[in-house]
Design a protein around this ligand. Sequence first.
Ligand SMILES: [Zn+2]
Length: 466
Amino acid sequence: MSVYSKIDKYILIPIADKLTGRGLSKEWRLMERLDMASEQALRDVQNQRLQALIQHCYKNVPYYTKLFDRLGLKPEDIQCREDLQKLPVLTKQMVRDNYQDLISLDADKRHYQKGSTGGSTGTPLKFMKDTPTWNMQWTSSFRAWKWCGFEVGEKLFTLGGNSLVKKRKLWTAKDIFDVVIMRNMKRSSADVSDEAMQAHYDAMMRYKPKALRGYGSSLVILARYIEKKGLPVCPIKLVITTGEILMPEYRETMERVFQCRVLDEYGCGDGGLDAHECIYHDGMHIAEERCILEIADKEGHVLPDGETGHVLATDLGNYVFPFIRYTVGDMAYIKSEKCPCGRQSRLLGQVIGRAGKLLYNKQGVPISPTMLPMMLYRDNDYHNEANCAIYNKIDKFQIRQDKKGDIRVLLKLKDPKEDRKLFEYVITNYENHFVGSKVSLEFVDEIPPMPSGKEDYCISEYEYNR
Ligand SMILES: [Zn+2]
């Protein structure tokens, strides 16, 4: 363990916990203690957390009080993950329709952050996330990184979307966490030109990180650039990919260029899921202490292991805005076998839901749809009132890449008479992201659903025809 990792673990994080009352150290100890725990021990923690969450929801969250009463259920009827089937699934539309009712009545006593994500209908989904879930999310990652030899406190270099790059001068608690505790240097992956790659490379070589993290599709561009130029690379222990499906070819390229392991992570910001690969790279260990992941059919009936279905998420840490059996929008399956590493958590097999939604820039590099809704904000200050005011004028949107390959952004405004010039920044935002592509902005009266009847904010005809 490096000196800084020790300082982090035994001094900085405990001090931060004392100052903020956040409890990251405690959760971290629990995650480490349960790392090689028996299936029963994992189940016990999961059940205990589920029961506490359900009690809380029935008492404090109007949506669930009404739901339980309507179904004639008592909180005691939900004791373990199998019991969850007594409850219906929670769709994005239901979250949107019941936003106020999903907020816990004791929210003002809790420390939380507001979040937003692209909903499947193209209307952004707003939610809240409190400290326990934030702690669980980070510590389950800390644990998984350690499986592959990287410890928090060692330098991290992140290549991510626009939102990762700090714009404001003022330091927030999050910035301090990033810089002081995580030692995380973040750079924007929006520009994929050779000049930008050289700048990333130079920064990386000066900083000498021990791990790289980001979208696989961004990190692979850097890897290809380094390979093309025959540049030397500082010793790196681990590449951590997140946020989109990792293509096998990307993994091979990164392993070859950075001469280290690639650890793929699966998570969803809203539903509170986390799953991580271990050194066997054969499925992802579900962080059972932190979430309940179910694979179900459309009606919410759980499918047997090995069968592909909808991913449902129950976040065991989010008390301020609880997600129970939330349909994430991905399809996946759970493996029937346990991992040879000996860990008893279930293994999530191939996640396939997000495939079929990749868009491509002019260089043919796939772009994950995850970030796209956020680019409808004028800039990345998502809580700025002026930004929100313009953004809130949008009723629905859709981002399309048709056969030719350029990008079309369709907007349906709440008031069709709104000044359209207000939205011109949308073109620039998308052009910055899809380097070299032509972006057109179209104002429409309606956004029709897919032939299947499902609504979708991101449609890539091009992907099927390329
Ligand atoms: Zn394993």
